[in-house]
Design a binder for this molecule. Structure first.
Ligand SMILES: Nc1nc2c(c(=O)[nH]1)N[C@H]1C(S)=C(S)[C@@H](COP(=O)(O)OP(=O)(O)OC[C@H]3O[C@@H](n4cnc5c(=O)[nH]c(N)nc54)[C@H](O)[C@@H]3O)O[C@H]1N2
Ligand SMILES: Nc1nc2c(c(=O)[nH]1)N[C@H]1C(S)=C(S)[C@@H](COP(=O)(O)OP(=O)(O)OC[C@H]3O[C@@H](n4cnc5c(=O)[nH]c(N)nc54)[C@H](O)[C@@H]3O)O[C@H]1N2
Ligand code: SF4
Ligand SMILES: [Mo]
Length: 679
């Protein structure tokens, strides 16, 4: 008889699906979405529906290894865990002694969203060590800063409420590709007459399936939002009652947006003035109207301002009052767990007597090649593949090649970063270890126990950092915590949203709704995360200037590199996580060009092209289509660089320039030129 075991998808995705694993004769034979989960609703995305291919892939790393060839070549020999732990502890001790512990840098992101394996024992370990802290900015930092500035809290409209919306704006949000469990709610709303509009420089599947698609110039969203405010206030379409009761600064906002005419925004956004006017009118007069804002909008030099300005719109129209109104970017902050107890930042005090220095992960290239006092001498990478996903790849790889850099990589696959490891450690997948999951796209907290045994000698991050801590002689009791101890610590929070949720309840139910009313309307009655609970427009700091790397930016640069490159998410993969698959490699080797640009450049579909700028180049295959406007090119990301000609992917082109706030990466503000590669 097949057995069904529950699990949770750990990939970096707002949906955080509840899974059912079918096990026959000790082997998983099927992975399904849990039909009982209110957001998963019995289906999975295409990439994870096939996850068992990855789980049982011959490419899985099974044993600890030591590098024997030159860095980057990928030649390794098997060693024992004992030797691996011994070598790592000895080298980290040496580095700490000679250069100080801040010469050690952890590098991790969201390979798993599990809290224990993502920000648990690892954090405790590096804090106790006094290692440099990593500022985890690569994905959402600009948006987080913008959202917090606007709302004070990262809460938003729950996915289940989108079914009640009459107008849905997918703003820099590829719902079908990156958030597919919102789609059935969108479809339900449309079935009842709702319209779906997308605002995106790239017409992906979501755009193609919408009622209207607005091709916006990359990085110009704040200008559009300011002009929408101009129309809404100018035509008296705002909600005067909501504004009076729950906001502050409307008079200065009115002043501020007076000269943000639709004509002015049209010039910057590429959207016609009359379209801006009708979008603003429709948004303000349709109830309920919901904005699904996603992170695509904030990977630009003006990303924080874009998110902040857009996130002010529902307060202007009073849309937060409506079930099916408001806005969702992230709801992660509602999962008010005891993160401090999990991460133990206080341990830095023991190591250094102060907080360790902060190194921005979006500037990894600079950190590895230029940072001083102390330089980075040891790097420990887990839950991330920086050699493929970090911007300014040539600088990153120059850093990774340094002979005096000791690099440890915890991985499941032999990816780009693994090739540069001195010591390479095999780790478990989310199907093989215990973890607790918050979601950034819904309000359910979930627990997963191992559904499958670990293959070979693979171990979890938690276990590996626990063991290294012991080798380093860290005797604080927290390093002996079991997974269950860590979960109990996380749940030990006084916040009403999580109060009373226990490990036992999670073990029994798998998924538990936060202690929130249903429906949950975070700002219907104000309640913004500001001292007086009001939404502050702070209009004096609202403004827009075009990104340096854009058509209205640096003219000299634009003359040399006339095309704006964006590299959005690929529908059938997850950043670089499925880069071993041939089909994914092909999809992420594509460059979409508009027919008019292609004609000028003499490029046709299926031509090999070189895309380049001052930072580097990469080779892609052209696809001439109408998914982008003239002046914009799009390359779905992120390919394993090692599989590409010249061993570089699009991140050889992207820059280490940071966003306007939050210190985020500016992947989507990137000027390039393209040429056909001769036969
Ligand atoms: N299939 C799949 N799903 C994923 C991922 C994946 O790689 N593949 N990655 C996961 C991760 S890490 C994240 S952070 C989320 C991100 O999820 P999303 O934010 O939805 O993904 P992106 O592709 O970054 O951006 C969404 C859209 O924004 C558009 N965009 C780019 N620049 C601009 C701009 O200046 N203005 C506007 N309005 N739109 C712009 C892009 O063309 C894209 O279509 O998805 C997660 N889910
Ligand atoms: N050009 C371009 N670059 C981008 C983006 C883009 O849109 N365009 N998106 C950016 C964004 S939003 C993000 S979030 C980053 C994502 O970048 P990363 O966070 O590096 O994400 P992945 O590439 O998916 O790599 C995650 C790795 O973690 C490993 N992993 C999974 N589970 C575990 C585990 O339990 N333990 C350990 N040790 N490893 C595990 C996987 O095998 C995988 O190799 O990329 C950024 N880079
Ligand atoms: S990647 Fe997202 S949509 Fe796909 S199974 Fe995981 S959580 Fe669900
Ligand atoms: Mo991300």
């Amino acid at each position: 008889m097949p057995e069904i075991r529950p699990s949770v998808c750990a990939l970096d995705c707002p949906d955080c699906c509840s899974l059912l694993v079918t096990i026959e004769n000790g082997r998983a034979t099927k992975l399904r979405g849990n039909p009982g989960h209110p957001v998963t609703r019995g289906f999975l995305c295409g990439k994870v529906a096939q996850y068992l291919e990855r789980e049982y892939s011959p490419g899985r790393l099974l044993y600890p290894q030591r590098r024997v060839g030159p860095k980057g070549e990928g030649r390794f020999e098997r060693i024992s865990w004992d030797e691996a732990f011994h070598t790592i502890a000895a080298r980290l001790k040496d580095v700490a002694e000679e250069f100080g512990p801040e010469a050690i840098l952890p590098y991790s992101y969201a390979g798993t969203m599990g809290l224990l394996n993502g920000s648990g024992m690892d954090r405790r370990f590096f804090h106790r060590l006094g290692a440099s802290r990593l500022d985890r900015t690569i994905c959402s930092a600009a948006g987080g800063a913008g959202l917090t500035e606007a709302l004070g809290l990262r809460y938003g409209t729950e996915p289940e409420q989108f079914r009640h919306s009459r107008l849905i704006l997918a703003w820099g949000a590829n719902i079908l590709g990156t958030n597919v469990h919102l789609w059935p709610f969108v479809m339900e709303a449309r079935h009842n007459g709702a319209r779906l509009y997308t605002i995106d420089p790239y017409r992906n599947r979501t755009g193609a399936a919408s009622d209207k698609h607005f091709f916006i110039n990359p990085g110009s969203d704040a200008a559009l939002a300011l002009a929408m405010m101009h129309v809404i206030l100018g035509e008296g379409l705002h909600d005067a009652d909501y504004i009076a009761r729950h906001t502050e600064g409307i008079d200065s906002l009115r002043e501020r947006v007076r000269d943000w005419t639709p004509q002015r925004a049209a010039g910057l956004t590429g959207i016609a003035a009359e379209e801006i006017v009708s979008l603003a009118r429709e948004y303000a007069t349709t109830r309920p109207a919901a904005i699904r804002l996603n992170y695509g909008t904030q990977r630009s030099e003006r990303g924080a301002m874009a998110v902040r300005t857009i996130a002010l719109l529902p307060a202007l129209t009073g849309s937060w009052k409506d079930i099916g109104g408001g806005l969702q970017l992230s709801v992660s902050q509602a999962h008010q767990l005891n993160r401090a107890g999990l991460e133990r930042a206080d341990l830095q005090q023991r190591a250094l007597g102060r907080p360790a220095r902060l190194v921005n992960m979006s500037e990894l290239g600079a950190a590895l090649t230029r940072l001083d006092n102390p330089p980075v001498k040891a790097l420990v990478v887990y839950n991330s593949n920086p050699a493929a996903i970090a911007p300014n790849q040539n600088a990153v790889l120059a850093g990774f090649r340094r002979d005096d850099l000791f690099t440890v990589v915890l991985e499941q696959f032999q990816n780009d970063t693994a090739d540069y490891a001195d010591i390479l450690l095999p780790v478990t997948t989310f199907l093989e270890h215990t973890d607790l999951y918050i979601a950034y796209g819904h309000y359910y907290l979930q627990l997963a126990r191992p559904a499958l045994p670990a293959p070979g000698e693979a171990r979890s991050n938690v276990d590996i950092f626990r063991q290294i801590a012991a080798r380093m002689g860290f005797d604080d009791p927290c390093f002996r915590d079991s997974e269950d101890d860590m979960i109990r610590t996380l749940l030990d929070s006084p916040h009403p949203f999580v109060r009373g949720i226990t490990l036992e309840e999670l073990d029994r139910c798998g998924s538990v709704r936060l202690r929130l009313p249903e429906p949950f309307q975070p700002f219907a009655e104000g309640g913004f995360g500001t001292p007086n609970g009001k939404c502050h427009f702070h209009a004096e700091t609202l403004d827009y200037t075009p990104p340096v790397e854009s058509r209205h930016g640096d003219t000299a640069l634009r003359r040399k590199y006339p095309l704006e490159l964006i590299s959005p998410k690929n529908d059938d993969s997850m950043n670089s996580t499925f880069g071993h698959r041939d089909a994914v490699d092909l999809q992420t080797a594509t460059l979409h060009l508009n027919a008019s640009d292609a004609a000028v450049l003499g490029i046709r579909t299926a031509d090999q092209v070189r895309v380049y700028n001052d930072r580097g180049s990469c080779v892609l295959m052209a696809r001439v289509d109408d998914t982008v406007r003239a002046g914009v090119v799009a390359a779905p990301a992120v390919r394993w660089a090692k599989r590409a000609p010249g061993k570089r992917n699009v991140n050889a082109l992207t820059s280490e320039r940071l966003t306007d706030a939050g210190g985020g990466a500016t992947f989507y503000s990137c000027l390039v030129q393209v040429e056909r590669i001769g036969d």
